[in-house]
Design a protein around this ligand. Sequence first.
Ligand code: C5P
Length: 224
Amino acid sequence: NQAPDLAGRHIVVSAGGTREPLDPVRFLGNRSSGKQGYALARTALARGARVTLIAANVGLPDPAGADVVPVGTAVELREAVVKAAADADCVVMAAAVADFRPVAYAGGKIKKTDAEPDPVALVKNPDILAEISRERARPGQIVVGFAAETDDVLAHGRAKLARKGCDLLVVNEVGETRTFGADGNEAVILGADGGEAPVPFGPKEDLADAVWDRVAALFGPPAG
Ligand code: C5P
């Protein structure tokens, strides 16, 4: 599907996974590869959109034509997304954002001693998807979230869609060997309008195009 149905639209995609530092050499992170977010960026570009790609710790080549903004932590990701969202028609939060970060950052490498280590104290990170959905920097801005669930995927997805306040939520089932880092994905796209579109297992580009089909439908006919 290469129809330029996203021409004239500015689309912001976050991708990858945030890293929350404990000291200069250690962090709390997750297994997100950034592949789904990059597939979303590439397919949106192919459909004519202008794309800002907020990339959290992704080791993939920049999609040609995307404005790539590298970030590290959830706080940095939030800043970059909020800034780019100011004139965006659509924001897709495909990044795996750490829910918590260490309270303290040790300026020097934490040393091993004979004593038992202290537990790591954590503080909540901002929920960027909920904030973007609530604020809607532009009228009619479409906000899309992703949710990886391990059980009761649809029920948890519906509840999360309502809680976050986004327009679409792409839910998939994950386990230790599923989805993260893989080239394929399988998901259900839930809509705030009650819609439910299953996308069978296939390349991450196929899921990305299915998301853009739904987004383009929500945009309605092209402006002008
Ligand atoms: O609540 P949960 O982390 O399962 O929700 C996943 C969705 O929320 C993803 O779209 C993710 O990018 C977004 N998220 C966020 N800020 C957080 C945590 C998750 O924007 N602090």
